[in-house]
Write a new protein. Structure first.
Length: 322
């Protein structure tokens, strides 16, 4: 199966559910002390993940996004898929990072990055063991301009072989030079055929620098998935720096998170926008974005929130795992 089977005709279906915040006890999203069950046992987070997936599916969400490094996210997702009648749920995952925290919040290292062919082979086998034929999209996790995956022709051929089985092959990007990495990746071909058909990138009101490259990706026929649309929770916070966001929220009668997500949904190149909700209440307000239309004036006012990309990613690097 492939990402192409996703039906985006419903506005809610353009919102996906990302498991980064609930597949492991530690992550960098703000507010985890109040959002997650205590203690954060495997069973507690499995139950929370299934609760969120049930709510998302009932609301019309049809894309779930996991990764090998999201703790037990793939296992939680696989268990949910096996126990529910959800044949139209589209599933994506990512390889390239290995989870190393051992279910601890205070681990010195939570994940290690390696985009080599051996890691791809190992992690694809691990993903297949859990998700089997339900895997629709497999992505290189956090591709940057320095990644050896950009020049590894042996890896490219193996990824092309996966694509030939019907799985969509894509990549996610991160860092202040996302646009450069996206441009470079989209130039890769195997036997004259573009390798990547999906791009997942960070774009939000604070960090919109990848917009030009994402527009080019969409024009080239790639699916575009937006991650970290809430800036790891920063856009849900009440602060003087976000006064214009609070003002637009008051004008629309919608919560800040819905406004922030609606701004992403209204980008011309935008495809799927991920909710990283950790509670069903957060999920409900996130999904309200599907029914919200911002005016051109409101979008223009919100654009002033943009930070220099280097500053944004420097700040993100300081967020604690909690």
């Amino acid at each position: 199966m492939s990402l192409e089977r996703l039906d985006l005709s419903s506005p809610v279906a353009r919102l996906g559910f990302g498991l980064a915040a609930v597949g492991r006890p530690g992550y960098i999203n703000l507010g985890r002390d109040r959002d997650l069950p205590s203690p954060r046992t495997v069973e507690a987070l499995r139950e929370r993940t299934h609760e969120l997936l049930d709510a998302a599916y009932a609301a019309g969400v049809r894309y779930a996004d996991a990764a090998r490094s999201y703790g037990l996210a793939e296992e939680f997702l696989a268990g949910w898929l096996d126990s529910r009648d959800v044949p139209d749920m589209v599933v994506g995952s990512k390889w390239g990072y290995t989870y190393t925290a051992g279910w601890r919040v205070d681990a010195d290292v939570h994940e290690t990055k390696d985009h080599g062919l051996a890691v791809y082979e190992r992690q694809l086998a691990e993903t297949r063991e859990l998700l089997g034929a339900r895997l629709d999209l497999y992505q290189i996790h956090s591709l940057t301009g320095e990644s050896p995956a950009l020049a590894d022709t042996a890896l490219h051929r193996r990824l092309a072989e996966l694509a030939a089985t019907g799985v969509t092959v894509g990549f996610s990007s991160s860092g202040p030079r996302q646009a450069d990495a996206i441009d470079a990746a989209l130039r890769i071909e195997v036997d004259g055929v573009p390798l990547f058909r999906s791009v997942q990138a960070t774009w939000n009101l604070l960090e919109p620098s990848a917009g030009r490259a994402l527009a080019a990706a969409r024009a080239a026929g790639c699916a575009v998935i937006v991650k970290e649309a809430m800036a790891n929770g920063r856009l849900a916070e009440r602060s003087p720096e976000l006064e214009v966001l609070a003002e637009v929220a008051a004008e629309t009668g919608a919560p800040q998170d819905a406004v922030a997500l609606a701004a992403v949904l209204q980008q011309s190149w935008s495809g799927i926008v991920l909710s990283g909700a950790a509670t069903t209440a957060q999920l409900a307000t996130n999904l309200a974005a599907a029914g919200l239309h911002l005016t051109d004036d409101q979008l223009l006012r919100l654009a002033v929130l943009a930070e220099p990309a280097e500053d944004y990613w420097k700040h993100r690097s300081t967020l604690p795992w909690s």
